[in-house]
Design a protein around this ligand. Structure first.
Ligand code: SF4
Length: 461
């Protein structure tokens, strides 16, 4: 065999033994595979983490976590047993070195962030913001972002069965934290969903609806089915994508009989209408793809929907190498029949600098993963540029690598630029993490930040 930078090996899926975790040593397979049991036993705070993992977890870790929750966290803690069980799975809390293994674990790094993970020089980029993609500004009706000409994003609820530390929608999703309050929808849920359907009925240019949140797995099934069914009744809608990280974080939900039966009804209706439904999930590390996740993905494909696809997020310390990304993609594809689709650059929310990669790093990773996966399953690295939308990382128009500013153009108007004559010629900036810049660039940002304060920087550039 020719020696290659990446050596493909079929990875066998494994469900780590949850009985190695002290708090779950008596949990039966039937309980573990019950969505209700998983939801009832999610870890939501330090006390529960300590109870589940037992005395093997160092107090120093808990203090590190407590400080993060007090000073930095933008998402509250919510970790289903299914996800916690995949962390540090080669060891157990009663083994020496467990805390170190937990610190180093890629899934832990984004699901249970601790203070020492974060940058202290630039914890947040000066241009980071709560709704960094300005989705709420582009709401056509409450929760319905109309950013692209033919596509909309329907935020049908503001909760998930699991909360990721880097969540792009930290402005809206989840419970308030010590440092981040949350936007509240104003309309009652039924009225909000009805208003979305009404808007789509009179907007025939939209053919594609991403049904998201939050995570659709938290919407009571009858309400989700009624909403998707109503979307299928709108003649112009051809593609519906259901966004659910829970396919990985809580696969038990998608394996439940009522959910499978409901998805079969929706799949049948979609086929009858010549429309397609796909599930879009969010997996960032190969270890998350367990046999239960594969079963859930297969169960969804068996309902006759068109596809199950993965949109991961590029995160330092989690998947920032070609090996980690290719291992993940092959595990998704070979083990679970999930199509690798996108890797988004981590968005510019507060406290995310330690996770974010520079554009140059993302471009390099795109180059490194080419040629191994089938073309149809080779994910694109994507930068979601504020006021622009998704751009392939190589589509950048100009890139000042000293200052870490990339400039992007676009070929359509968003909902807030209907009358803007410059919308299609203007360059829109995006920013690399400052700590990665050469000294000249770092000095430039420091001088401006000292002089103007982060929030006034927009006028200075
Ligand atoms: S599942 Fe998605 S919406 Fe929910 S917290 Fe994670 S990134 Fe945010």
């Amino acid at each position: 065999m020719v020696d290659q930078p990446y050596a493909y090996q079929r990875i066998e899926l494994t469900e780590p033994d949850w009985k190695r975790i002290p708090g779950w040593s008596e949990v039966t397979t039937a309980e573990w595979e019950s969505a209700q049991w998983q939801r009832a036993h999610c870890v939501k705070n330090l006390r529960q983490l300590r109870e589940v993992l037992g005395a093997g977890l160092d107090e120093a870790f808990l203090a590190d976590l407590e400080r993060d929750q007090r000073e930095r966290a933008t998402m509250s803690m919510l970790v289903p047993p299914q996800m916690l069980n995949t962390m540090a799975s080669s060891t157990a809390p009663d083994q020496p070195g467990f805390t170190e293994a937990l610190y180093a674990d890629p899934v832990r790094r984004y699901m249970i962030p601790v203070f020492s993970d974060r940058r202290t020089d630039w914890p947040s980029h000066p241009y980071s913001s709560r709704d960094s993609l300005h989705e709420a500004e582009m709401w056509a009706v409450e929760g319905l972002t109309h950013r692209y000409p033919t596509k909309v994003l329907a935020e049908v609820l503001p909760t998930c069965p699991q909360y990721c530390g880097h969540c792009t929608r930290m402005d809206l999703v989840g419970n308030p934290t010590a440092s981040a309050g949350k936007l509240k929808f104003g309309l009652p849920p039924a009225d909000r969903l009805a208003a979305m359907i009404d808007y789509l009925r009179v907007t025939p240019g939209v053919r594609d609806v991403v049904v998201s949140g939050g995570d659709v797995a938290n919407l009571p099934w009858p309400r989700l089915e009624a909403f998707v069914s109503a979307l299928l009744d709108v003649d112009s809608i051809r593609d519906i994508r259901l966004a659910t990280k829970a396919l990985m974080g809580l696969p038990q939900h998608w394996l439940a009989d009522d959910v499978r039966a409901g998805m079969e009804r929706l799949g049948a209706k979609a086929r009858e209408r010549g429309a397609s439904i796909a599930i879009h999930t969010h997996v960032n590390a190969a270890q998350s793809v367990t046999p239960l996740v594969a079963r859930a993905a297969q169960a969804m494909l068996d309902t006759g929907i068109r596809d199950v696809r993965n949109q991961g997020v590029l995160l330092r310390g989690v998947n920032d190498s070609a090996t980690a990304l290719l291992d993940l993609c092959f595990t998704l594809l070979d083990g679970a029949g999930i199509m690798p689709y996108y890797f988004y650059m981590c968005d510019m929310i507060p406290g995310s600098e330690h996770w974010r990669l520079s554009l140059a790093e993302a471009q390099h990773l795109q180059h490194q993963i080419m040629g191994y996966l089938p073309g149809f399953a080779t994910p694109r690295m994507v930068c979601d540029v504020p006021y622009v939308g998704k751009r392939w990382v190589h589509q950048v128009s100009r890139y000042d690598t000293d200052l870490g500013i990339s400039y992007w153009t676009k070929n359509y108007r968003t909902g807030v630029e209907a009358d803007d004559p410059l919308a299609l010629t203007r360059e829109y900036p995006y920013y690399d993490p400052i700590y990665l810049l050469p000294p000249r660039g770092q000095d430039w940002w420091r001088a401006r930040s000292d002089a103007a304060g982060p929030l006034q920087l927009a006028e200075k550039i």
